[in-house]
Design a protein around this ligand. Sequence first.
Ligand SMILES: [Zn+2]
Length: 65
Amino acid sequence: MIEGRDWPDCKKCGEGLLIPLSDYGRDGASIMFKAWVCSNPGCGFNIRIDNGEISLGRTIGQSNK
Ligand SMILES: [Zn+2]
């Protein structure tokens, strides 16, 4: 867990916190806060930012099949 900072509450489940994820661009520069995901595994809420557009609710790295 990331400690010592106040992450925003997840508005979907109201239990988890939204944790920012970083990514790296093609030139190796880090992209801060590219995506935010809920820390509650049962919720799965996430926000991604791609090329300045925000997309909601896509499942990242996990499926329930
Ligand atoms: Zn949540």
